[in-house]
Design a binder for this molecule. Structure first.
Ligand code: UD1
Length: 341
């Protein structure tokens, strides 16, 4: 019988892409989302892409322990992928209690229920933010984590530790933390993608919204960094590639292939790309001109970070495949889809 995966936060940007890839790979999926940072657009897109009208959807808040207990009571869950969390760095600085409560309590509830089942496989969506301004690049999973510079980043570190300690303490609970670099792009169908609320904080949604005319001008934060072109370097990972890494990790857990009961993987391309390079690639592949200007550095930004992906490549048998050009074309197609063009 097909294994069943609970995807918390499954109506959101990454969760919806992961749901599609899980279904493509033959898993049953149960989606839980409180719709606090998205609407049903992507879930409807998931149904269209997969041709599946029967994917169970629960509009619940994972901070509610009874609701989480209900998810497990009504569905036989083999693995959980936990996305349900707030993710805006600036907002987390302004509203730390809200961030700590939401991001920690929801994860604790998921773990508590997993443990009560007599064990479960839990995949946590972590972030390269845990590495901070690393001294040696690219970063491997052994690169020491640095003290978080925001409550958001701190919740990622804390949840990793909570998972590690729970795996050590509770028999049958196994865990994987995936540390994402910079997820960008959209599904090739343009039926699902990122839906930022308000002014986007992240680079690619700001680019696409500027190109479509929703924003006047992209500000590039700093061109005086000691990098080749003066702008920051990041490892931009295509969201469909990222989703496939989740499928590989879930399969590793469910097929009993884990070497340790708690494992960590970097999920990136292994290639640094500067902000200027990304903007130029976007203009070129989509044959348009973007309005942009250079402004001061953004406080809190690291100059450069990219992944050593050896472990994910070798252990998960996974590799990022889509080119940055294809990814940027998909981001633009999604923005146009949203605009009805
Ligand atoms: C940010 C978060 C990180 C989080 C990730 C989630 C910060 C400091 N870090 O990563 O913790 O895990 O989002 O996706 O907020 N840029 C511009 N103009 C813009 C927006 C961004 O020049 O309008 C530049 C930034 O300076 C950076 C790069 O683009 O060099 C990528 O920025 P962004 O997409 O916000 O991601 P990160 O800052 O890497």
């Amino acid at each position: 019988m097909a294994k069943r995966v609970l995807v918390s936060g499954g109506a959101g940007y990454i969760g919806s892409h992961v749901t599609v890839e899980l279904i493509n790979a033959g898993y049953e999926v149960v989606v839980a989302d409180n719709l606090s940072n998205c609407d049903m657009t992507c879930f409807e897109g998931v149904k269209k892409i997969t041709g599946r009208d029967d994917i169970p959807f629960y509009q619940v808040d994972c901070c509610d322990p009874d609701a989480v207990a209900g998810l497990f009571a009504e569905n036989e869950i083999d693995a959980v992928i936990h996305f349900a969390a707030f993710k805006a760095v600036g907002e987390s600085v302004a509203e730390p209690i809200m961030y700590y409560r939401n991001n920690l309590v929801s994860f604790l509830n998921i773990l508590e229920e997993s443990r009560k089942q007599g064990g479960c496989n839990v995949l946590f969506s972590s972030s390269a933010t845990v590495y901070g301004e690393a001294e040696v690049l690219p970063v491997t999973e052994q690169t020491p984590r640095l003290p978080a510079t925001s409550p958001y980043g701190n919740t990622k570190q804390m949840c990793e530790d909570i998972l590690r300690d729970s795996v050590a303490a509770y028999k049958g609970v196994k865990g994987i933390a995936l540390r994402y670099f910079n997820p960008i792009g959209a599904h090739p169908s343009a039926l699902i993608g990122e839906l930022p609320r308000g002014v986007p904080n992240n680079l690619v949604p700001f680019i696409t919204q500027t190109a479509i005319g929703k924003r006047e001008c992209l500000s590039i934060f700093g061109n005086d960094y000691p990098t080749e072109d003066g702008t920051c370097l990041r490892d931009y990972i295509d969201v469909v590639d990222l989703a496939k890494a989740h499928v590989a990790a879930v399969a590793r857990m469910l097929d009993g292939k884990m070497k340790e009961d708690y494992e960590i993987f970097n999920v990136g391309t292994g290639r640094p790309v500067s902000v200027s390079e990304l903007v130029n690639a976007f203009e070129k592949v989509n044959e348009l001109k973007l309005n942009y200007k250079y402004v001061d550095r953004r406080p809190g930004d690291v100059m450069a970070i990219w992944a050593d992906t050896t472990r994910a490549n070798e252990e998960l048998g996974w590799k990022a495949e889509r080119s940055v050009e294809d990814t940027l074309a998909s981001a633009w197609a999604w923005e146009k889809h949203l605009a009805g063009k």
